[in-house]
Design a protein around this ligand. Sequence first.
Ligand SMILES: C[S@@+](CC[C@H](N)C(=O)[O-])C[C@H]1O[C@@H](n2cnc3c(N)ncnc32)[C@H](O)[C@@H]1O
Length: 255
Amino acid sequence: MKFQATHYHLDLLKDSERVSAFFEAINQYSSDTDLAYDLGCGSGLLSYFLSDKFDEIISLEMDSKSYHCAFRNLEKFNNIKVINEDASTYDFEGKADLIVCEMLDTALIDEEEVSVLNHARKFLKEDGQIIPKAIVNIAELVNMQRHYVHWDENAKYEILSKPVSYSKIILKDKINPNFEKDIEFKSDKDHTANGIKITTVTILNDDVVCGPTPMFNPPLLIPIDETEVKCNDLINVKLKYIMGQGIETIETKIL
Ligand SMILES: C[S@@+](CC[C@H](N)C(=O)[O-])C[C@H]1O[C@@H](n2cnc3c(N)ncnc32)[C@H](O)[C@@H]1O
């Protein structure tokens, strides 16, 4: 089967680590196989993975170009309905056994995972599941070259502390998008600290865990006020952002 896709979705399809993690998590799903939602279906690949497990799959895609690709890719499947709508406001007809929502990005800051799931969760059966199940965010103190928020591709930086796991978000729970946390780092060298690195690990289900991949949650580098640190110093940083409102909402303060 040859999938039609936009350039962006083609890059997502070529990211075999990301694709195989979702394939495995969907393949392992076993329960009542009545109704599934694929929110932000893109080219429709995850709906295709769902197609032989569920009686009915409702696949929503907001972007019209991507919707047309998914529609054409999936038109031969009688059990999949592709709809060009915004999943954060869509009035679903029934309650699903499974919601798959891959609108993930580092710490859920830049995409709509949180607002979409805070709405769509009302349309999940009480014992229903969400893929992914959770994310874990990890921070490290760094010395970085660029003094603005950026993803770590081709970026130069040096890690100055052990990783600190600073939050776990269970996607079945209602999520407050306003995130704020004081994080304590212990420096393991003498250097100038001027940033933190955030890495997100995605727990798709109890068995499948996926770290950053080329197209999935690349680590984020965030500036902090420059401070000289000695080995074993403790540095406390307040980190704030609004999930789903973009990297412009990120604020840091050394305490
Ligand atoms: C990271 S892509 C994933 C695509 C596909 N699920 C996959 O795994 O290959 C996220 C998709 O969600 C769509 N999207 C973002 N916000 C949305 C919303 N509120 N409602 C519906 N689709 C949305 C985007 O247009 C994009 O196609």
